[in-house]
Design a protein around this ligand. Sequence first.
Ligand SMILES: [Zn+2]
Length: 380
Amino acid sequence: MPKTKNLVMPIVCSECRQQAELDLHTWCCDLCGAPWEPVLTQGLEPSTIHSQTAGIWRYCDWMEINPLPLVSLGAGGTPLLPATYDGHGVWLKAEVQNPTGSFKDRGTEVMINMLNQLGARQVVEDSSGNAGASLAAYAARAGMMAEIYAPETASPTKLAQIEMYGASVKRIPGPRENASSAVREAVNAGAVFASHAFHPAYLLGQQTAAWEVWEQLGRKAPDFWVTPVGQGGHFLGIWMGFQRLYESGLIEKMPQMVAVQAAGMAPIALAFQQHSATITDVDLNVKTIAEGVVVAKPVRWKKILSEFQQNNWIGITVPEEDILPARQRLARLGFFVEPTSALAAAALPWVFPFTKPGDIMVVSLTGSGLKVPIPATSSN
Ligand SMILES: [Zn+2]
């Protein structure tokens, strides 16, 4: 890919607030080890939306990225579709329609442009499948090599998808955390870490989901937004996107965020339920069919819990036996999602009692059912 003029991305540590400029190798704060966040200084102005551009780059000014980037597979611009669930109206945000079949592409498309501008030719990442597939696709598009560290129990379809894009898959035995440890070793040896959990440009790209829904609802915020939470990049990105709309005077109130996790792997949802300022240890060997939320200690957990303390968020833990029936119900409405995505629908019966008539609820459908096509795995 040819290069445009260099993009500069100011970043700040999410904990010690050290400011820096994004580079290829300082993948977390060199003082305290916390993840970086993008520094954004401008208010959001609707007239700067590139209305002729589809997808995430219609908001390139809001992301403070100029000029328009060169590496794209067309992330974003996903439909927001009405449906009825248990007699309640909901809006389904079909993130399954992103280029690799998951919401991850919003963040990856922004991140890969930054890495490309900085001269990366080879990248590594750890993933349970979707982030790896997303990075593999964008690396192929950018002419980079990608190496993905995945748990050996990840969906074979997701691993096949990664390999089809030409990336190399390192299958790591044991709990999901082992893949994270393995990729850190590669990074410590000099590899460029294109991490959906750590990279500030990935978090920036996730904000576009909030802005799209704001436009799709006629320039207003929903009352509730329900989404599965693994690392929490989508969840936190949406919140930060709405924060910037609020600070710019474009919405009158923030949505109530609902974090959904599988009952056996629910560090964030349980912390919400217990009004805890910290997360408790979960059993690393727990098995859930919702493989995308198997993250015992989300990288940005301190930020998520600190925002929770100041806001009225909801945490829902879904029993394992409710996941596949919810997936089936969504399919009967025309939406084929992977089991992790079905968590959000399975949580709705617990969310509806918080609502009042007329409330607008958005539900993220995070990943395509084609990634986990076989339904009969409830005994896993
Ligand atoms: Zn720091």
